[in-house]
Write a protein that binds this ligand. Structure first.
Ligand code: PLP
Length: 374
C-alpha cells in the first residue's frame, strides 16, 4: 500500500481550475455587486446569447439548474398526465424524475453496449399511442445516435429533448449537441464540464414558440409583471452564476481539449487490458467522465483508494430498479445491458488540470491491479 498524502487524487479538482481564472472571476463578481442587479440582468442575457451561439442554437434561456431545464422543456411541449416519455434507465435520476414530476409516465429503453446511450433499435418496441417524446441523454459527454433517433422521431411524430447536461460542446456529425432535437438542456452544476459556483442551467432551442414558452414558464408563467398567463415556476439563473460562467466559457474549448488529451493517454495505457470508452466516427466525446469496464470493479476501486486515488460509479443502480419507480413495475432483467453496465462501470478521475504525473499514477495503478488480479 503506497498511501501517500502528497498523492491524493480526487475525482475532480475544481481548485486547480479556479487558480487559473480566479482574478477575472472576482472582478466579474464585483461588477455584479456594483450593478445591484441580481436576477435576470445583463450578465444572464449575455450568457444566454453566447451559450446559444456556442450550441449553434437560435435561442438560449438561463434557468436555475439542469433538472429545471428538463422539466421546463417538458412543460413547454405540453407534456403531462396521460403522456409517455421514452428515456434511458442508465442516467442520472433527474432525467426520468422530471417526466414523473410533470405527471407523465417514464418509459425506459435499454442502452447500447458500446456507448452506454439509449439503443435506437429498441425504441420502436416501447412506443404506444401515448408516447409524446424521447429524452435523449449524451452520457459522459458522448452523443447518442442522433441520426437514428431523429429519424424515429420524425416517423412517429415525437418530440426530442436532449439532456446535454454532461455534454456541452460535444459534436455529432459536425453539429453541437443541444439544438439537434427540438429543445436541449445544459447543467452548470459545479462539477460539470462548464461549472458555476452553485446551481445553474440553460435551455437552448431553434423554435421561437418553445423559447417564448420557457421564458414565460421560468418566471411564474409571466411575461408582464403581475400578469400570469400560465402556471410556471421560479427558475432563473442569477447574475453571480452568469458572471462566473461568462469568464469560464472563454476557457471551455481549451478545457475540453485537455480532457480529451487526458482520455487519450488513459486509453493508450489501458486499452489492451479492459474496455475503455469508444470514440465513434463522426461523434466527438468531451469526457465529462472517463469510464472503464471490468468484472472486478469494486476490487479495483479499493486498490485505487489504497493508493490515494478516487474513483466513482456512474451509476450503480439503473433507474428502472430505483425504489422511487416501483410503481412502474419494472423488474431485474428488463434492461440487461444497463444492469450489466451498472455492475461493471468505474469512472477514473478526470479534469483539465490533471497533471501528467497524476495521470501516470492512475494508469500504472490500474495496470498493476490488472496484472495481479486480471
Ligand atoms: C447533472 C445532470 C442533470 C441535472 O442537472 P442539475 O443542474 O444538477 O439539476 C440531469 N441530467 C444529467 C444527465 C446530468 O448529468
Amino acid at each position: 500500500m503506497v498511501y501517500n498524502e502528497r498523492n491524493q487524487i480526487p475525482m475532480v479538482d475544481l481548485k486547480e481550475e479556479l487558480a487559473l481564472i480566479k482574478s477575472p472571476i472576482l472582478a466579474a463578481l464585483a461588477e455584479v455587486l456594483d450593478s445591484g442587479d441580481f436576477i435576470l440582468g445583463e450578465k444572464g442575457a449575455q450568457l444566454e446569447k453566447l451559450i446559444a451561439e456556442y450550441a449553434q442554437a437560435s435561442y438560449g434561456l438561463g434557468v436555475a439548474n439542469g433538472t429545471d431545464a428538463l422539466q421546463l422543456s417538458l412543460q413547454a411541449l405540453n407534456i403531462g398526465p396521460g403522456d409517455e416519455v421514452i428515456t434511458t434507465p442508465f442516467t442520472f435520476f433527474a432525467t426520468a424524475e422530471v417526466i414523473a414530476q410533470v405527471g407523465a409516465k417514464p418509459v425506459f429503453v435499454d442502452i447500447e453496449e458500446e456507448t452506454y446511450n439509449i439503443d435506437p433499435s429498441k425504441i420502436e418496441d416501447a412506443l404506444t399511442k401515448n408516447t409524446k417524446a424521447i429524452i435523449v441523454v449524451h452520457l459522459y459527454g458522448q452523443t447518442a445516435n442522433m441520426e437514428a433517433i431523429m429519424k424515429l422521431a420524425k416517423t412517429h411524430n415525437l418530440y426530442v429533448i436532449e439532456d446535454a447536461c454532461q455534454a456541452i460542446g460535444t459534436e455529432y456529425d459536425g453539429r453541437r449537441v443541444g439544438a439537434i432535437g427540438d429543445i436541449g438542456c445544459f447543467s452548470f452544476f459545479p462539477s460539470k464540464n462548464l461549472g458555476a459556483f452553485g446551481d445553474a442551467g440553460l435551455v437552448v432551442t431553434n423554435q421561437s414558440n418553445l423559447y417564448e414558452k420557457v421564458r414565460e414558464l421560468r418566471n411564474h408563467g409571466s411575461e408582464k409583471k403581475y400578469q400570469h398567463t400560465s402556471i410556471g415556476m421560479n427558475s432563473r439563473l442569477d447574475e453571480f452564476q452568469a458572471a462566473t460562467l461568462l469568464v469560464k466559457l472563454d476557457h471551455l474549448d481549451i478545457f475540453l481539449h485537455k480532457r480529451k488529451e487526458v482520455a487519450r493517454r488513459y486509453t493508450e495505457g489501458l486499452n489492451d487490458l479492459l474496455k475503455t470508452p469508444p470514440i465513434v466516427e463522426d461523434r466527438s466525446h468531451t469526457f465529462h467522465q472517463y469510464c472503464i469496464e471490468l468484472d472486478n470493479r469494486d476490487e479495483l476501486a479499493l486498490a485505487l483508494k489504497n493508493n490515494g486515488i478516487a474513483s466513482a460509479i456512474y451509476y450503480p443502480i439503473p433507474l428502472h430498479l430505483q425504489p422511487a419507480f416501483d410503481y412502474l413495475h419494472y423488474k431485474q432483467g428488463d434492461f440487461p445491458v444497463a444492469e450489466k453496465t451498472a455492475d461493471r462501470i468505474l469512472a477514473l478521475p478526470i479534469s483539465p488540470m490533471l497533471s501528467f504525473h497524476k495521470q501516470d499514477d492512475i494508469i500504472s495503478t490500474v495496470q498493476n491491479f490488472l496484472e495481479n488480479n486480471g
